[in-house]
Write a protein that binds this ligand. Structure first.
Ligand code: PLP
Length: 459
């Protein structure tokens, strides 16, 4: 179909996630057509280096024939099997067992969803059910972190702590609470890792005591805050938060929707700190974006609590038609094979220092105030004043201008708000891909610097 026709049809009928609707109508859609390795081609034939793995999900890169074959074979054999009425399918059962084998040892049971938001929503529902079943119905309060993102479901959007996800949606709910983000670059405690960890632990304890220990169900966090601006807490932070939760008698739920599947180095970020959560949510890299799928993993204790509390007759009323979809499960099994036997996990770990050095090298650019990363998840924070860390005036609309300049330079990454550029290259990146990426990022920043109003805004 002609590009102009697609743009018109899109404008007339398709609602896009998380865009300003009027701005999208004005700009029109950018139609992506094909992908291979780390590269995309749009329907003008323009080649783009994808430095964001789609939406931090295509961790294996585009065009893996073995994944296509796995999906095709499963579709031909059995495209759908419900999990209702005690039915199931082989790939879903094998995948659940494989995830339990690979995940932190505290996690023994898996419920499959279609993505991350419904994984978080399912986790909330299971936790609520668990405490009701346990005879502790007052344990209904959830604590998360400012700038955290936990999806945009009806309840999960209230755990999310980014203002646009709340505006006009009547969340957070009264039982959803926040503590400050560890945010090393802008932490009032300074950048000392021990002080940052101590402050987070103290804030959690204070919040739990304020609400009442007996009323708090769980603390939810991301090992690295993604959509809040790729905020990398100090090493040891996750473990300290787990220990605080255990001490306080609340569940520790880790959202690995972005950080899972090699994004920060190991298969799960929890692994690096020997963290054993009570609940873990995953999605994105599970199928590397080749098919929709997410999951909630939970401890034996939570599962048994729900099972016992439900008695022998009534079903646990939580389900999705496409839970444990066999095609998505077959895709996930092949993607997991590629991470391990295909050497992708290893390549991600090998390339991480190059990624980190490339980001750090950009600190000499007049626009860049901070460079941070863990594994292949990273960000540059742009500031108008490197001394005071003052942000640019939002009226400059820097994010849109950077995104457009990057596209013209043949690279896609993400601009958060107006001051953070996020990067999540695929685990298949070669050294040459990184060289090209940083060349294009620097060129983009140079172009932005010369745009009207930008150089003059520097202090
Ligand atoms: N949790 C985290 C940490 C995420 O980053 C996201 C999405 O970016 C979600 C949950 C929601 O996942 P989805 O967009 O698949 O619904």
């Amino acid at each position: 179909m002609q590009r102009e026709t697609l743009v018109a049809l899109d404008r007339d009928h398709l609602i896009h996630p998380v865009v300003n609707y009027r701005a999208h109508e004005r700009r029109g859609v950018a139609v992506l057509e094909s992908g291979r390795g780390a590269y995309l081609t749009d329907n003008n034939g323009k080649e783009l280096l994808d430095a964001f793995s789609g939406l931090w999900c295509v961790n294996v890169g585009y065009g893996h024939e073995s994944i296509v074959r796995a999906a095709e074979e499963q579709m031909r054999r059995l495209p759908y099997a419900t999990g209702y009425f005690h039915f199931g399918s082989e790939p879903a059962i094998r995948l659940a067992a494989k995830l339990v084998e690979l995940a932190p040892p505290s996690l023994r049971k898996v419920y499959f969803t279609l993505g991350g938001s419904d994984a978080v929503d399912s986790a909330i529902r299971f936790i609520v059910h668990y405490y009701n079943a346990l005879g502790k119905p007052e344990k209904k309060h959830f604590i998360t972190i400012e700038r955290g993102y936990h999806g945009s479901s009806a309840q999960g959007s209230g755990l999310t702590a980014i203002p646009v996800f709340h505006r006009n949606f009547d969340v957070p709910l009264p039982n959803q609470h926040k503590i400050p983000s560890p945010y090393p670059y802008r932490n009032p405690e300074g950048s000392d890792p021990e002080a940052i960890i101590r402050a987070s632990v103290a804030a959690l304890k204070e919040k739990v005591l304020e609400i009442g220990r007996d009323r708090v169900a769980a603390f939810f966090c991301e090992p690295v805050q993604g959509s809040g601006g790729v905020i990398v807490p100090p090493k040891g932070w996750l473990k300290a938060m787990q220990e605080a939760c255990r001490e306080l008698g609340i569940l520790f739920a880790v959202d690995e929707v972005i950080t899972g599947f090699g994004r920060t180095g190991p298969l799960f970020a929890c692994e690096a700190e020997d963290v054993t959560p009570d609940v873990m949510t995953v999605a994105k890299g599970l199928t590397a974006g080749y098919a929709p799928m997410g999951a909630v993993l939970m401890s034996e204790a939570i599962y048994q609590g729900i099972a016992e509390g439900s008695g022998n007759d009534l079903p646990v009323g939580h389900g999705h038609t496409y839970s444990a979809h066999p095609v998505s499960a077959a895709v996930a099994l092949e993607v997991l094979r590629l991470y391990h036997e295909g050497g992708l996990l290893e390549n991600g770990i090998r390339q991480a220092p190059r990624f980190e050095q490339g980001l750090q090298a950009l600190l000499d650019h007049p626009l860049v105030g901070d460079a941070r990363s863990r594994g292949l998840l990273g960000a540059l924070e742009l500031v108008a004043d490197k001394e005071t860390k003052a942000r640019f005036d939002p009226a400059l609309k820097l994010a849109d201008r950077i995104f457009d300049a990057a596209y013209r330079n043949g690279i896609i990454f993400r601009a958060f708000g107006d001051n953070v550029l996020g990067f999540a290259p695929a685990l298949c990146y070669t050294g040459a891909d990184f060289d090209l990426m940083f060349e294009r990022v620097r060129h983009t920043l140079d172009m932005v610097l010369e745009m009207p109003g930008v150089r003059g805004a520097l202090r």
